[in-house]
Design a protein around this ligand. Structure first.
Ligand code: NAD
Length: 266
């Protein structure tokens, strides 16, 4: 059988268009069946839900991803809840979020935090008993990241601290971290002096920063100031090229598993 992935893009947000193209390209390169549903920004919530229903019912589609953010007149919550949990390869449906927190392994973990965990495992980073500090508490990255790292299983078993916009003494927390995962959406926010010597630093951030010297007029930078943090860290991920490609790899992995589950093979 051929795993099938449908990516739905509403509107013309340039960053979203780049992500959607990258996801479609990667799934085709892997030999999957891939479709991209492009809808105008004026699409109503009801019209989008109709498309989701069609994909839910399509046996050639095993994974559905609705690219966020959606236009303001569409409720992301309503759309996320409409995707069948068995096809929710983004792992955003409350059923999958609940399974992740409970430690059930038959759901789908969101791709970015799952990719971060995979990076740690593949790089041989010891997570058991490690102090893992996460900066950011979004439902897409920070919260599921915490849920993954606190589980009682290999690649996890860390002592997790979650910092957010109301945290006092952020540096006091980050400086304790053996594993520091930053997803704050703020360019170069975490600097070298905030990092514990020898720490593993995972930079989830992707920020477009204006730069007149760049061909496109902007450059991509992470949430970590790479130049100063690399002097202190033992391992650090670059932006671009670190967590981003892992997010796509985990999307493909979730889609393959969704296909296997649909055929009773997993
Ligand atoms: P978000 O804006 O939803 O959440 C940001 C979080 O950072 C919030 O929970 C907030 O409490 C916290 N925060 C903000 N200011 C803070 C401060 N001063 N101190 C401590 N915490 C603070 O963002 P998100 O969707 O979680 O994304 C975070 C970053 O990761 C963005 O740069 C985004 O582009 C990037 N991202 C990358 C990928 C990828 O594939 N690499 C995927 C998703 C998001």
């Amino acid at each position: 059988m051929r795993p099938g992935l449908a990516v739905v893009l509403v509107g013309d947000d340039p960053a979203s268009a780049v992500y959607v193209r990258a996801k479609a390209k990667a799934s085709e390169e892997a030999g999957m069946y891939s479709i991209t549903v492009r809808l105008p920004a004026a699409t109503t919530e009801a019209e989008l839900l109709q498309h989701v229903d069609q994909l839910n019912a399509d046996p050639s589609i095993h994974g559905i991803l609705v690219q966020m953010p959606l236009p303001k007149h569409i409720s992301a919550e309503v759309v996320i809840r409409r995707v069948r949990p068995e096809k929710d390869v983004d792992g955003f449906h409350p059923v999958n979020a609940g399974k992740l927190l409970n430690g059930d392994t038959d759901g789908f973990a969101p791709c970015t935090p799952a990719g971060v965990q995979e990076l740690l495992v593949r790089c041989g980073v010891k997570t058991k008993g490690a102090e893992c500090v996460i900066v950011g508490r979004s439902s897409i990255v920070g919260k599921p990241m915490a849920a993954l790292m606190m589980q009682d299983r290999p690649g996890a078993n860390a002592t997790v601290t979650v910092c957010h916009s109301r945290t006092t003494d952020l540096a006091g927390h980050t400086k304790r971290a053996d594993i520091l995962i930053v997803a704050a959406g703020r360019p170069k926010f975490v600097t070298g002096p905030m990092v514990k010597p020898g720490a593993v630093v995972i930079d989830v951030g992707i920020n477009r920063v204006d730069d007149a010297r760049a061909k496109r007029g902007y450059i991509l930078v992470g949430d970590v100031d790479f130049a100063s943090a690399r002097e202190v860290a033992r391992l650090i991920t670059p932006v671009p090229g670190g967590v981003g490609p892992m997010t796509i790899a985990m999307l493909l992995k979730n889609t393959v598993r969704a296909a296997q589950l649909s055929a009773g093979l997993a």
